[in-house]
Design a protein around this ligand. Structure first.
Ligand code: FAD
Length: 400
């Protein structure tokens, strides 16, 4: 913000930032800018996810995810206290637990020094950030606002606001800076492309994903070791499970589309699970397994790369909007949090916003392209390499 001062007073002229998307990355960006003294307005397409009625609307997102040091550092840098509170509800995962078809489990620790990643509930994390923003007088959260147009030459965005009656209303907003944190299919990115020569590529992989719920035992305990990320690697496909606070696990089946198509009806599904993941069937229960498979969507996985991430001092894209990646490295959101921290470090240390955004793109794009590729490669590692003898020997060598 511009600062004018005379002997007795300091007058801040806060700059206005409009953040498109109140997902984890948009919410964290809002926190950084708000704490930095900016006037922040967040525009979110959907209703408030803290209202349980709206939660089912965000059906394209996993229920829990792995948060690691990269993401935690992004949180901690802006609010150490909030970070501690958030992490209290996260569950440490010290390594992978590999399940073979005979039901034998073998643990592969992540780190010789005992460092670990954590499983966290996505809605809780996102909600905790929104709660924090609610308490700040320089932040406004606007839900049910769909970005339709971005006229960067006028610094003006146009939204379609959904009223409680279902009617749509046009809303116009101006800002000094627009931040697109509106996910893989970003409208901000789409509009920004009209102003800047933005190189862009996207790739859908062959596999889809489908979620299952593995409940606590009848006694209310975890049915699997909670301090592992469980993997059932089967070379061309895999099943994984991450622990939740309520002692359940959220499981995901990643599999080529054709294999999903071949499983028609409950009998075929049970046969498939009894052959490939026999130990999973009693844990989830036949009825729930069938119910989840029929009810839950089979969703695609997209990888997005682009460069640059900004236009002059007017607009910048962060998180999945800039670099959606396949989830096998568990780094999508973590990288988004790192984007925010890196962006803010440039903005807070550079006089010119244009220069700060130039430096941000220059610093970030190579790292992001590489982590995107690593995420793609880790699919092979998780579903196949973890079972190979050479891999295990190498791992043992590294760990001891
Ligand atoms: P999003 O979470 O997509 O949020 C974008 C927001 O923008 C949404 O709220 C959306 O409603 C809003 N929006 C969209 N369009 C508009 C519009 N036109 N106007 C206004 N608002 C709009 N990452 C990890 O770090 N660790 C993991 O373990 C992990 N596991 C994953 C597992 C799966 C199965 C998947 C699919 C992803 C996983 N990820 C993981 C990736 C992670 O989900 C994303 O990287 C993360 O959600 C990105 O956050 P974001 O805020 O950038 O985008």
């Amino acid at each position: 913000p511009t600062v004018a001062s005379d002997e007795s007073t300091t007058i801040y002229e806060p700059q206005k930032v409009a953040i498109i998307g109140a997902g984890p990355v948009g919410a964290l960006a809002a926190l950084y800018f708000a704490k930095g003294g900016w006037q922040v307005t967040v525009y979110e397409l959907r209703g408030d996810l803290r209202n349980p009625e709206n939660r089912s609307l965000n059906f394209t997102k996993s229920i829990n995810l792995a948060i690691s040091e990269r993401g935690i550092n992004g949180l901690r840098t802006v609010d150490p206290e909030l970070t501690e509170t958030i992490l209290e509800s996260a569950i440490p995962m010290n390594g992978r637990m590999i399940h073979d078809t005979a039901g034998v489990q073998s643990s592969q620790r992540y780190d010789v020094h005992g460092r670990f990643i954590r499983s966290i509930d996505r809605s809780y994390l996102n909600g905790a950030l929104l709660d924090e923003l609610d308490q700040m007088s320089n932040v406004e959260l606007k839900f049910n606002h769909n970005l339709k147009r971005l006229a960067l030459e006028k610094s003006e965005a146009t939204f379609e606001k959904r009223l409680s009656t279902g009617e749509l209303e046009t809303v116009r907003a101006t800002a000094d800076l627009f931040i697109g944190a509106d996910g893989a299919h970003s409208q901000t990115r789409y509009h920004m492309m009209k102003y800047v020569r933005l190189n862009f590529s996207q790739e859908y992989i062959d596999s889809l994903w489908c979620e299952f719920h593995l409940p606590p035992s009848p006694k209310g305990d975890f049915q699997l070791d909670p301090n592992h990320l469980h993997i059932w690697p089967r070379h061309t496909f895999m099943f994984i499970a991450l622990p939740n606070q309520d002692k359940s696990f959220t499981c995901t089946l990643f599999m080529p589309e054709d294999m999903f198509k071949d499983i028609v009806g409950p009998e075929a599904l049970l046969k498939f699970f009894l052959t490939e993941f026999p130990d999973v069937v009693p844990l989830i229960g036949e009825e729930n397994l069938i119910g989840d498979y029929l009810k839950n969507q089979k969703l695609p996985l997209i990888s997005v790369k682009c460069n640059p991430y900004h236009y002059r001092n007017k607009c910048v894209i962060l998180g999945d909007a800039a670099h959606a990646m396949v989830p096998f490295y568990g780094q999508g959101m973590n990288c988004g949090f790192e984007d925010v921290r890196t962006l803010w470090s440039h903005i807070s240390s550079t006089e010119s916003l244009t220069e700060a955004l130039d430096n941000y793109t220059a610093e970030r794009h190579q790292d992001l392209h590489i982590i995107n590729d690593l995420a793609m490669n880790n699919y092979v590692e998780m579903r196949a390499s973890v079972t190979s003898r050479t891999y295990l020997m190498k791992k043992n060598f590294q760990e001891f």
